[in-house]
Design a protein around this ligand. Structure first.
Ligand SMILES: N[C@@H](CCC(=O)N[C@@H](CS)C(=O)NCC(=O)O)C(=O)O
Length: 201
């Protein structure tokens, strides 16, 4: 298996899950200026990571890749063992991918949406929207170490997005469960191994 990743990006969630399932994989670092090259676009038509290659399968989209890894490694129990627990995992995965990640994308890639004159206004709106999602996640983590109660693919993705708040200097101290979650999972051997391979630890 081969993972194409950009250091510290959402592909880090896949990297962590590859560690959690004990996959035999290679991690290939893609430089930001390679993302829109013809070679990389042939792998990922939107020029984005993650990309996972598994024999003839060439897969993009974090949620598809994360669920694929969980499904081919049921023994790792990272998706859920019945329809209800899988639905719960997918609910949190959806919130992190479609909502939280998208809002962080406004902070990282504001130039794609507005000019310099509207940047601050965009950030105010993005922060307000992010707070709403963080509050939901903070509540969900009360009394739990993981979003669904047991470690899942959604936790890896949430951890990576919380990491971005530190990179962007966004204060999450109003969400103590998220701070605790981030600190605890930072000690996880799979998280540490993925960070080390990406040159982040
Ligand atoms: N919907 C995609 C989004 C992937 C995505 O936004 N990847 C970012 C890194 S977190 C990226 O490669 N951005 C480069 C770009 O779009 O130019 C997924 O869930 O995998």
């Amino acid at each position: 298996m081969k993972l194409y990743y950009l250091q510290g990006a959402c592909s880090l969630a896949v990297h962590i899950v590859l560690e959690w399932v004990g996959a035999d994989y290679q991690a290939h670092s893609v430089a930001r200026d390679e993302l829109k090259s013809p070679e990389f676009l042939a792998l990922s038509p939107s020029g984005a990571v993650p990309v996972l290659q598994d024999d003839a399968l060439l897969l993009t989209q974090s949620t598809a890749i994360l669920q694929y890894l969980a499904e081919i490694h049921p023994e790792a129990n990272l998706l859920g063992s019945d329809a209800i627990s899988r639905a719960e995992t997918r609910r949190w995965l959806g919130l992190v991918n479609s909502d939280v990640h998208r809002v962080f994308g406004l902070f990282f890639g504001w130039q794609k949406y507005v000019g310099e004159a509207c940047k601050d206004e965009l950030f105010v709106g993005a922060q307000r929207q992010l707070n709403q999602y963080l509050s939901i996640l903070n509540q969900q983590l009360q009394g739990k170490d993981y979003l669904t109660g047991t470690r899942s693919i959604a936790d890896a993705y949430l951890w990576v997005t919380l990491n971005w708040s530190f990179i962007l200097n966004l204060d999450i101290s109003a969400y103590p469960e998220l701070v605790r979650f981030h600190q605890q999972l930072a000690q996880d051997p799979g998280v540490q191994a993925a960070l080390k391979q990406e040159g982040l630890a």
